[in-house]
Design a protein around this ligand. Structure first.
Ligand code: 2P0
Length: 324
């Protein structure tokens, strides 16, 4: 008996950047994301006599598997289930090594595979709450299209779908830069950002930013969505630059792309950027302009890898009992 789940990664347009409770991964603010079609994790879970984690076909060392098994055993305790050992086989489907954080899809897939293996039939709301305990951004990957993760306490901090099949022509160009310097983890980055003199303003602005983004989505207003997403990303990165000690995820090439996006927009091509806890840039634009911008980027920065993505679906899971 084994269970498989597929979950797609998501990119926050209004970002989660600060924890109210690091152990329960409760955020200090609501966040809102777009689930992506091209990037996903497929995880198969079964019981066996010892814990083993294979990632992309390779057995992982104990140190690299610890987060996965701590999570599965936490789920057992939470759900009053017996302590068992697991074989976890995960494959990250990423067209190039796009450098996209996979913890959102990884923990959403793991939560759904666990639910399926244990035959719990949890609601998507409960799955979202459980995914949250593995990684904050995984909370949102339970749903497709646009999803909002609500701040709150352990019982009511989960994601809700906003529009799982948006009609909007909103595409994301993921631009992976060739250098991948050692990252400051999101957990550390968030902690440090809270020392910024602007952190309180970041929190105070959140309800209005969320409300404006939801309105823009409802009105299918591409420019408004892009403007709000870009502003919110700039606010997050301004917190990092003004933290004690200050830091940034930007590399020179990150700034270069920001300037090109601004110039292309000034020249009449609707496009906006967002940036997460790393140097890569994601450009929001229409399908037609993806082609134009991809070829310009390929010329200007031949070393960059570019992937065009669109809205992806929510998590899916199934049992493989007949096949094993
Ligand atoms: C987000 N990020 O909303 C924000 C914006 C990165 C920048 O959530 O510590 O791996 O596991 O809760 O979810 C990345 O951090 O952090 C992230 P944990 P996670 O997508």
């Amino acid at each position: 008996m084994s269970a498989t789940a597929i979950a797609h990664t998501n990119i926050a347009l209004i970002k989660y950047w600060g924890k109210a409770d690091p152990d329960l991964r409760l955020p200090l603010m609501n966040s809102l994301s777009m689930t992506l079609d091209k990037f996903y994790t497929e995880t198969t879970l079964s019981w066996q006599t010892s814990d083993q984690f294979f990632l992309n076909g390779k057995l992982q060392a104990a140190a690299d598997s610890q987060r996965v098994f701590s999570y599965l055993h936490l789920l057992e305790r939470r759900l009053n289930l017996p302590n068992r050992h697991y074989l976890v086989r995960s494959v990250n489907h990423v067209p190039t090594s796009a450098g996209l954080a996979s913890s959102s899809s990884a923990f959403a897939a793991l939560a759904a595979a666990f639910d399926q293996l244990q035959q719990l039939h949890l609601s998507r709301q409960d799955l979202s709450r459980l995914a949250r305990l593995g990684s904050g951004s995984a909370t949102r990957s339970i749903f497709g299209g646009f999803a909002e993760w609500q701040a709150g306490d352990d019982a009511n901090s989960y994601a809700v779908p906003i529009d799982e099949r948006p009609k909007l022509d909103l595409h994301l160009l993921v631009v992976e830069l060739d250098q991948q310097p050692k990252k400051i983890s999101s957990t550390i980055g968030m902690q440090r950002a809270q020392t910024s003199p602007f952190y309180q303003t970041w929190l105070e602005r959140n309800p209005d930013e969320i409300a404006q983004m939801k309105l823009a989505i409802q009105q299918a207003d591409f420019d408004k969505i892009g403007q709000l997403a870009e502003l919110n990303a700039n606010e997050m990165h301004a917190l990092n630059l003004t933290a004690q000690p200050p830091f940034t995820y930007f590399e020179p090439a990150t700034m270069q792309i920001i300037k090109w996006v601004q110039a292309w927009r000034a020249a009449g091509i609707p496009c906006y950027y967002t940036i997460d806890a790393g140097p890569n840039v994601k450009i929001l634009t229409s399908l037609k302009n993806c082609k134009v911008l991809s070829s310009r980027l390929a010329q200007l920065m031949p070393s960059a890898k570019i992937v065009v993505t669109n809205f992806g679906p929510g998590v899916k899971s199934w049992s493989n009992s007949d096949m094993e």
